[in-house]
Design a protein around this ligand. Structure first.
Ligand SMILES: [Ca+2]
Length: 130
């Protein structure tokens, strides 16, 4: 039996600038590993600057076995889209044990973004497991 984990990528304030001219083209990639499989989903692009609130308000959903949620790992990347290679702005790991709430319960997280072991800002998320 599987359940649906919904990750609402609410917003971020990044503390790095990977764009030489103009605003960054920011999106979030969510990689969920559960029961030995990794699924990936990403948000659309929203333009933003360092130190500015960037809001996606976008829901990404993952179907995973119910008994796999406790050991599931969520890895998030904030990236800046570029013509050649997208720039990595920051990464974060989320412990999903806290979202083991059934019947549509919601959890809000403010997670720290890192880049090369340095602070790269914050990412606001909500999770819902049903
Ligand atoms: Ca760019």
């Amino acid at each position: 039996m599987s359940g649906t984990l919904t990750i609402n990528v609410v917003s971020a304030i990044v503390q790095r600038n990977t764009e030489i001219i103009g605003r960054m083209d920011l999106f979030v990639v969510a990689k969920l590993t559960a029961a030995g499989r990794t699924s990936e989903s990403k948000t659309r692009i929203v333009k933003g600057n360092k130190g500015e609130l960037v809001a996606w308000g976008e829901r990404l959903t993952f179907n995973i076995p119910r008994n796999a949620l406790a050991d599931a790992r969520l890895y998030l990347e904030v990236k800046d889209e570029d013509v050649t290679t997208d720039d990595l702005v920051g990464v974060a790991y989320v412990n999903l044990q806290n979202c083991l709430v059934f019947n549509g319960g919601r959890n809000a997280y403010e997670v720290r973004l890192h880049y090369n072991n340095e602070d790269a800002g914050i990412l606001n998320l909500e999770t819902q497991w049903a």
